[in-house]
Design a protein around this ligand. Sequence first.
Ligand code: ZN
Length: 282
Amino acid sequence: MIPRLANLAGRASLWWESGALDVFDASGGRWGPEPLSLFEDWERFWGWATNREPASQGAVDVSLLGPPVPKPRQVFAIGLNYRDHAAEAGYDTDGLPQVFTKFPSCLGGPASTVAAVGSRMDWEVELVAVIGRHAEKVKEQDGWRFVAGLMVGQDLSARDVQLAGAAPQWSLGKSFKGFGPTGPAVVAPSALDDPDDLEIECSLNGKVMQHDRTSRMIWSVPQLVARLSSVCALWPGDLIFTGTPAGVGNRRDPQVYMGAGDRLVSRIAGLGEITVDVVEAP
Ligand code: ZN
């Protein structure tokens, strides 16, 4: 069985249905415990990892899972990458992808509590790609070779901050503490039947708010790797939040926003689910 890569209590771990394995202990200190170190040497590490077996048996305590890549050096995020969402937001989708960042300090794990911010706190479920090799000027047809794996992410957004002022502040309005939950684990593209076509959805308090397939992204993962790497060097462990489908709160009629007491569950088929509980601001 191909393992998933998880951050278990702050340590890089391999994770199967049947149990887990601490990377640092099992590799004699060659890789880990810091998750980012695995991506620096991804091909050798992954060759080793796919021949391991669980050391501990039984289900993993989900409350111990942290962000699979807690400290990436760069986080790219893509806006308006599904036609229905671009249409509901009132934008034209011709031309180039809209790129911004979520500052890495906003990242969180797959079972997180996030303090409410402002009066227009919104959700955006997204497929997140994790870069596994240094990438510069990559051709689209080679794009997947630079991706170590995929995970579920939420691009939480404080619309009042994002849209305040003369020009939008996308990066700042989407980078409050905990606004980038990810997980539950990094899943290798080879573990999926079709990594270009995954069912994606999110629910607020049990009601489905977004539901689509990643095959309907305007810019596919390999196209985004090509586009971003035509400008920036992509480093191992970097994240790409690939954009959200239609159904966000500020484009609904009437608008819907999150506040303390709300529970947001985001799922991607084959990757698992992440949960955000919104709590009162301290
Ligand atoms: Zn987004």
